[in-house]
Design a protein around this ligand. Structure first.
Ligand code: PMP
Length: 361
């Protein structure tokens, strides 16, 4: 009864962790992939106003003109470029795959990777090819070029990255752009964590290369992951195909969230950024002498090497101590690391690193 497509997606790795976690009461949860702050008061007010004003109908497929205009100016789009609003970056990814990839086509994805990159390829019968970024987790043109095949149509770059927190530099992105241009590849640029850059400005891509599909959203930056709102910017011909497919799949993004995000674009999130930088610094300082880790320049994750060699086994040991983490095998072909999310209150982080230090010593 069930399609090969559905059966091809295997979620057993993460399910095993969830099953173990379900047996815990009040765990120290450092497995979370969303911000720990709430929507800003002004954003909540804007959402409530939209509801009260009856803005509950379908919007046009591409999203309300007011939000698109605000995004157009944020990214300084050219006449050849467009932006449309969708159901989170996940929605943008789905439409990118549906629009770009025929069965048998290949997409080049970093390893480690945000798991949807692999699973969407399975759903459209495309093939994932990986560019390995161990041990420093940097996406470089050289690593991408080594993995390139004639069947590859698109490359994904995710900066700052999930699960590693590693942030690319502008010159790394420029080199990848040059490579993509040489091979006429679409560059899917997932910058959902762009608001969480701790050391260097977030590198630009959309204004460097005409075949960029930029994906971003408000789940992380505005603290509204449940509102399902994001956007896609890129070349008009590609985006009109994507919008056509949105019309018959997702229809439109959440109307109330669209109105509220005009407000979210005006909010100053520097306090949150400061708080997250502090958490990053705390976790790195607390663990770098006992674990092999790369200091993350962004997002809210650290991806250390697992003591003993197996991420799965180390995470299971931590769960026995009431600490929840995610094994690296959920995000990678390897099971050598684990992901710790520092998107948690300081007190939780303190308890979490104490458990890890105790287990390692
Ligand atoms: N890309 C990356 C790298 C992510 O980590 C996430 C969320 N975990 C997403 C995309 C999807 O985000 P959303 O659909 O909520 O916008």
């Amino acid at each position: 009864m069930i399609s090969k497509r559905a059966r091809s997606v295997d979620t057993s790795g993460i399910r095993r962790v969830f099953d173990l976690a379900a047996q815990l009461t009040d765990p120290i949860n450092l497995s979370i992939g969303q911000p720990d702050f709430d929507a800003a008061p002004a954003v909540k007010l804007a959402a409530k106003a939209a509801i009260d004003e009856g803005k509950s109908r379908y919007t046009v497929t591409q999203g309300i003109p007011e939000l698109r205009a605000a995004l157009r100016s944020r990214y300084e789009l050219t006449d050849e470029q467009d932006v449309f609003v969708t159901a989170g970056v996940s929605g943008g990814l789905l439409l990118s795959y549906l629009t770009l990839l025929d069965p048998g086509d290949q997409i080049l994805v970093p390893d480690p990777f945000f798991c949807i990159y692999r699973d969407l390829a399975l759903m459209v019968n495309a093939e994932t090819v990986y560019y390995d970024t161990y041990p420093d987790f940097r996406s470089t043109a050289e690593r991408i070029e080594r993995a390139l095949t004639p069947q590859v149509k698109a490359i994904i770059v995710n900066t700052p990255g999930n699960p590693t927190g590693v942030a690319s530099t502008q010159s790394e992105v420029d080199d990848i752009v040059e490579l993509a241009r040489r091979h006429n590849l679409v560059l899917i640029y997932d910058e959902i964590y762009d608001a969480f850059c701790y050391d260097e400005p977030h590198p630009r891509c959309l204004d460097r290369y005409e075949n960029t599909i930029l994906l971003n959203g408000f789940s992380k930056s505005a603290g509204v992951p449940g509102w399902r709102i994001g956007y896609v910017a890129g070349p008009k011909p590609l985006l009109s195909q994507m919008t056509k497919l949105q019309q018959y799949t997702l229809v439109c993004a959440n109307s109330v969230a669209q109105w509220a995000m005009i407000e979210a674009l005006e909010v100053d999130y520097s306090e949150q950024l400061q708080a997250y930088r502090k958490k990053r610094d705390f976790v790195v300082a607390a663990l770098e002498d006992v674990l092999e880790l790369v200091k993350p320049g962004g997002a809210f994750y650290v991806f250390p090497k697992a003591p003993g060699g197996s991420g799965q086994q180390f995470v299971e040991r931590c769960i026995k101590e009431n600490l929840l983490l995610v094994p690296g095998s959920v995000f990678s072909r390897r099971d050598t690391h684990f992901r710790l999310s520092f998107s948690a209150p300081m007190e939780t982080l303190e308890r979490g690193v104490e458990v890890i230090r105790r287990l390692v010593s």
